[in-house]
Ligand binder design. Structure first.
Ligand code: NAP
Length: 491
């Protein structure tokens, strides 16, 4: 028996106006996970009506009280961490230890943003005139739409929901059609924690129908989107004057200098390249190695890769889980064929694995030149490209010869190299002697160039995406004072 799940609109679990459903499956074995509502524009209209009405009272709930609800959500989630982690692995495929990490990120951001309920700082500043007080404070945008991908099916929604709710917005959440169960369980948990009716609405269904209806809706004040560059560009085209936050793709480099701790670097490349089966926006997909250590690095890398066990992520013994779906397998294999045609040397992998689910061998190309498509385009799978360079200058140049700019890393024991990389790499994040993945919720997260449009998630900057700044002047001089015109004498 496959359970049928519903939208959550105006405090009720309801069916779609479309009367249609779609299936979510386990990528490790293609078994059904659940049936979900195939939403449409009418569902979005209903959700916007509910959210608009709920916003009127939610925005006036004191922010520390909104924070208490988020804290309660964190506490419940902590108790059910294992249960949620298993749902993540069942629906998205990542190995169970990473499933736990996905849930932990949500706990962390709920706790962090609960604390923001007692801060939400504006600032005070002196006036240029006497007896006048100046300050800013934060107000919610209104009804906001959240559109999320499948690769962090609990963490990414939580990264958007927590700041949106703490700022006093009401929300319509459209999750990826590959992971609607994770989204449904997360919304149910927040409702249980005390989010009032209509403040948090869930509408499942396709990007073209539900996502676009949300993006185009005139009553929505902001859209926060994480996903592919293609869809991000489409959203900008149709969102009009809404505030839009975009977190898009990456093609993240790891530089390995001749003075690096090679064993540490190899571990970082394995973790960054094949963790989450390479399906992280911050996944390491270009390894830029000093030519003097390239041979030694490749030998050690192959020794490690041969030990990786690919399989169902629910088994403790698995290191690399499946890809999300058949389309992803075809995309990754397509890039293997492209790499071969381009003249790169296939060091390892490059084949489908003959199993029940969507499995692909960890793949490594060497002798890759920086302009090859495998070194320029986001593959979003377990495939890395090794590029040799002669010095730090060339390494940074290769790093930056790319349209994306999300994460980056350098392995070196030379302080000059480290600081040159910190300063010169064009990316939103740079790690030194650590891999490209593993962000912490109290620091801002996001990229430069075509990875986004400048917004940051998490940390204090996560609040900026979901709030307006209001500027206040209080004149207590009791007379007309004119800024820029009245000349205040210095005595
Ligand atoms: P995607 O295909 O762009 O989908 C993301 C979300 O957008 C899904 O909910 C999707 O719905 C929806 N969508 C699709 N078409 C739409 C449209 N025309 N209008 C509105 N919404 C639409 O991306 P994905 O495959 O889920 O995720 C992988 C991508 O996300 C990679 O490029 C990765 O780098 C990026 N990512 C970036 C970050 C970051 O923080 N920078 C983090 C994680 C992932 P359906 O599922 O129904 O199609």
């Amino acid at each position: 028996m496959v359970t049928t799940y519903k939208h959550h609109i105006g405090g009720k679990w309801i069916r779609s106006f479309s009367g249609k459903t779609f299936m979510s499956i386990n990528p490790a074995n293609k078994a059904p996970v659940g049936k979900f509502q195939q939403g449409n524009r009418q569902d979005i209209d209903a959700a916007v009506r509910a959210a608009t009405s709920a916003f009127k009272s939610w925005k006036d709930v004191p922010a520390p009280k909104r924070g208490e609800i988020l804290l309660r959500a964190a506490q419940i989630l902590r108790k059910r961490k294992e249960k949620f982690a298993r749902i993540v692995t069942k629906e998205m495929g990542k190995v169970i230890s990473e499933g736990r990490g996905d849930v932990q990120e949500a706990i962390d951001i709920f706790e962090y943003m609960a604390g923001e309920g007692r801060r939400l700082f504006g600032h005070t500043t002196p006036s240029e005139l006497r007896n006048k007080f100046c300050m800013t404070f934060r107000q919610p945008l209104g009804v906001v739409g959240l559109i999320t991908p499948w690769n962090f099916p609990i963490a990414i929604p939580a990264w958007k929901l927590a700041p949106a709710l703490i700022c006093g917005n009401s929300v319509i959440f459209k999750p990826s059609s590959d992971t609607p169960l994770c989204a449904t369980k997360l919304v149910a948990l927040l409702i249980e924690a005390g989010i009032p009716s209509g403040v948090l609405n869930l509408v499942t269904g396709s990007g073209n129908d539900v996502g676009m209806a949300l993006v185009k809706h005139p009553s929505i004040r902001g859209i926060s989107f994480t996903g592919s560059r293609t869809v991000g560009e489409k959203i900008v085209q149709y969102a009009g004057l809404k505030r839009v936050g975009l977190e898009l793709g990456g093609k993240n480099p790891i530089i390995i200098m001749e003075d690096a701790d090679l064993e540490l670097a190899v571990e970082g490349v394995i973790w960054g390249g094949f963790g989450t089966t390479g399906q992280r926006c911050t996944a390491a997909s270009r390894v830029i190695v000093h030519h003097k250590v390239k041979k030694q690095f490749e030998k050690r890398l192959l020794d490690h890769i041969k030990k990786l066990r690919v399989g169902d992520g629910i088994k403790k013994t698995t290191d690399v889980g499946p890809l999300i779906n058949q389309k992803a397998v075809e995309k990754v294999h397509g890039y293997t064929l492209i790499g071969k045609q381009e003249g790169a040397r296939l060091l390892h992998g490059g084949r489908f694995l003959n199993k029940k689910g969507f499995f692909y061998e960890p793949t490594v190309f060497s002798d890759v030149s920086p302009s090859m498509r495998i070194a320029q385009e986001e593959i979003f799978g377990p495939s890395i490209s090794i590029i040799a360079v002669k010095d730090i200058k060339e390494a940074i140049d290769v790093c930056n010869r790319i349209e994306y700019g999300l994460s980056s890393s350098i392995y070196t024991n030379n302080i000059q190299n480290a600081f040159l990389a910190i300063e010169k790499i064009e990316a939103g994040i740079t790690y030194v002697n650590a891999s490209t993945i593993g962000s912490e919720v109290h620091l801002p997260f996001g990229g430069v160039k075509l990875t986004g449009n400048g917004t940051r998630e998490a940390g204090i900057e996560g609040i900026y995406e979901f709030s307006e700044t209001k500027t206040i002047y209080v004149d207590y001089s009791g007379k007309l004072q004119k800024a820029q015109i009245d000349d205040v004498m210095v005595r």
